[in-house]
Design a protein around this ligand. Structure first.
Ligand code: FEC
Length: 312
């Protein structure tokens, strides 16, 4: 008997392939408005600073997509799963992934974003683009919208916090301030009753409980430089405040909103936040990114399979 064939559209942010593609990438993020020469220079220097202009997100996403396909087919042998990539701001775009599925004869598909928390502006944006393209081409597609409390995801993050706490030799875990972080979004999402802040807090609380942390908080990072207000407090302000007002000397950052090593982790935390921490006399560490951790691959595999069963 032939197995049911399920296409899985794995969606991620996307990154340039080389420094000369940064302008086109940035223009896409800015919805077709090219950046000013200063803005372009600023972003290019951040990429240059992370690893000499190498773009780790691309390779990490490739590996995550391969890892998910392998895990799905190993764990759920009653169906055949074929994974396709769909990127928000680089090729292959979300629409290209949907188109490829249709060309390959896929008739039913599940879409999932490599970001555990739902927001209308982030995950909602990927889903809308995939849905529109699928409707145009007549493909049946359903979506996993969030998986921020999946037990295996929590286990993977808990293990990372425990491991990183070990880097503060001789310091009790509750003398280290653990700050869970995620990408900030414009404050207007609060008016839309967006679940993003609550989901992030729920993940933070669950990890804190599993590790037995009492000394933790949440902070936003990587806010855009625009005229509209973004969600805060920003982690750079948090570092200043907790040093000045509470004399905190040990901080562990745990970027729960990201699943991979990329600019927002390797620059915004490892370079920018680390430089400020040094200046303030804070010992700052960060938890390792999930990348292709088998627990993360199994989280994704579980939620995709559950979605297939739920919609059929
Ligand atoms: O390594 C890389 O090349 C890419 C790293 C990268 C990831 C990422 C994830 C998220 N973003 C989210 C929201 C916004 C909003 C804006 C925005 C702008 C940028 C810019 C760069 C950038 N983002 Fe990003 N984001 C990454 C990189 N992001 C570069 C442009 C320059 C700058 O502002 O720094 C504002 C523009 C807009 O309105 O679209 C909003 C969210 C995530 C996490 C979820 C996800 O991965 O999709 C939310 C990785």
């Amino acid at each position: 008997m032939t197995k049911r064939r399920i296409g899985v559209l794995v969606m991620s942010y996307g990154t340039p392939e080389s420094l000369d593609q940064v302008e086109a990438y940035y223009t896409h993020i800015r919805r077709g408005n090219p950046p000013t020469p200063e803005q372009l220079h600023e972003l290019t220097s951040r990429y240059e600073a992370i690893v000499g202009g190498f773009f780790p997100l691309r390779e990490n996403t490739n590996k995550q997509v391969q890892g998910l396909e392998q895990t799905l087919n190993q764990e759920h042998t009653d169906m055949e799963f074929v994974c396709y990539q769909g990127l928000k701001h680089a090729q292959p775009y979300v629409e290209d992934g949907v188109e490829q599925m249709v060309k390959d004869g896929i008739q039913e598909a599940i879409g999932i974003v490599l970001a555990p928390h739902y927001s209308t502006m982030s995950v909602g944006g990927y889903v809308k683009r995939a849905k529109d393209k699928a409707a145009e081409l007549g493909l049946k597609i359903d979506f996993v919208l969030s998986y921020h409390l999946h037990p295996l995801l929590l286990q993977a993050l808990t293990e990372r916090v425990e491991k990183a706490l070990g880097k503060f030799a001789g310091v009790d875990k509750n003398d280290v301030r653990v700050i869970f972080t995620a990408h900030s979004l414009p404050e207007k999402i609060l008016e839309m009753k967006d679940p993003y802040p609550d989901q992030l807090l729920a993940t933070s609380k669950a990890i804190a409980e599993q590790v037995g942390l009492t000394n933790w908080q949440f902070g936003w990072q990587s806010a855009g430089q625009t005229a509209m207000p973004w969600l805060g407090p920003d982690i750079l302000d948090v570092l200043q405040t907790i040093r000045k007002e509470e004399n905190v000397a040990n901080v562990l950052l745990c970027p729960i909103g990201f699943v991979s090593d990329h600019l927002e982790v390797l620059y915004d935390i490892d370079i920018e936040a680390q430089a400020l921490a040094k200046e303030l006399g804070i010992h700052l560490e960060r938890t390792e990114s999930l990348n292709t951790d088998p627990l993360y691959m199994r989280t994704l595999s579980d939620v995709v399979y559950e979605k297939v069963k739920e919609v059929t």
